[in-house]
Design a protein around this ligand. Structure first.
Ligand SMILES: Cc1cc2nc3c(=O)[nH]c(=O)nc-3n(C[C@H](O)[C@H](O)[C@H](O)COP(=O)(O)O)c2cc1C
Length: 245
């Protein structure tokens, strides 16, 4: 055997050792995962003032950091904000942005919009700004030459991981996007080359809505899944659940 072939064999053996069983979870474990997914809520007003313990916060950030990312780019950073003065500046920025958004709505929708609670910036004891370093491994990278925005999508995956882990920990999360980017950039000293993906309000909750609050308040409703699934090409209705061929 040539030395190269021997190395190949060793390489394969080493690769084998990296593979572990990936059997389905137990019924109880599966139920827990789906429960986290279905009962995760966007929280605005149910935050309790207690601080989020450091070990819990660490687990949430670890969950975020285990998200998939294009080319394993891991483009995220997490700015953990506890300072009440900083949160109050963000809150003021929200008020300005929400007033501007309300003006863009039809009059009857505007009144309803103004009645909605759309953030928990000061009520939540902790805020987290999630950013994306678009040049972390150079301007392009594996998977990004054709789809450059996949770095932003990866960062959104990190947010969702955090959100689900938080549900399991009894921690509520609210995503606030009614913020002008330049305001947030200035308040948090975020450099111009770093993209802002999410601003999250985070804190312990004892209760949460069973359905999305925007559904409870008749702003929108969950669409029927069957209308959203196509078979083999755009627009072709799919028998659902799909029948086995
Ligand atoms: C990208 C993104 C931005 C959002 N921005 C806001 C926001 O600014 N204010 C707000 O109250 N909710 C915001 N939400 C929460 C949505 O309103 C919420 O996810 C939706 O109504 C469904 O409710 P649920 O998350 O409780 O299932 C945002 C959610 C996402 C994914």
């Amino acid at each position: 055997m040539t030395p190269d072939a021997a190395n190949g064999g060793e390489g394969r053996a080493a690769e084998e050792r990296e593979l572990a069983e990936a059997a389905p979870f137990s019924a109880e474990e599966r139920a827990a995962v789906y429960r986290a997914i279905v009962t995760r809520r966007d929280v605005r007003d149910e935050f309790m003032p207690d601080d989020v313990p450091d070990d819990v916060l660490r687990r949430l950030l670890e969950a975020a950091h285990h998200a998939p990312s294009v080319g394993f780019m891991q483009p995220w950073n997490f700015i953990v904000i506890r300072d009440a003065a900083v949160r109050s500046r963000v809150r003021e920025a929200f008020e300005r942005a929400a007033a501007a958004e309300a003006e863009m709505l039809e009059p009857e929708r505007r009144e309803q919009y103004r009645s909605l609670k759309l953030q928990g910036i000061s009520k939540a004891p902790l805020n987290i700004c999630v950013t994306c370093d678009r040049a972390r491994h150079g301007r392009t990278g594996l998977g990004r030459t054709q789809q450059p925005d996949t770095d932003l999508l990866s960062t959104a995956c990190a947010v969702q991981n955090l959100w689900l882990a938080a549900r399991a920990e009894g921690i509520g999360v609210g995503w606030v996007s009614i913020l002008r980017e330049p305001d947030l950039r200035a308040i948090l000293s975020i450099p111009s080359e770093i993209a802002i993906v999410a601003y999250l309000c985070v804190g312990r909750v004892a209760r949460a809505y069973v359905r999305p609050e925007l559904e409870v308040r008749r702003w929108a409703r969950r669409l029927p899944l069957d209308d959203l699934v196509f078979a083999d090409r755009w627009g072709a209705a799919a028998p659902f659940p799909r029948e086995r061929e």
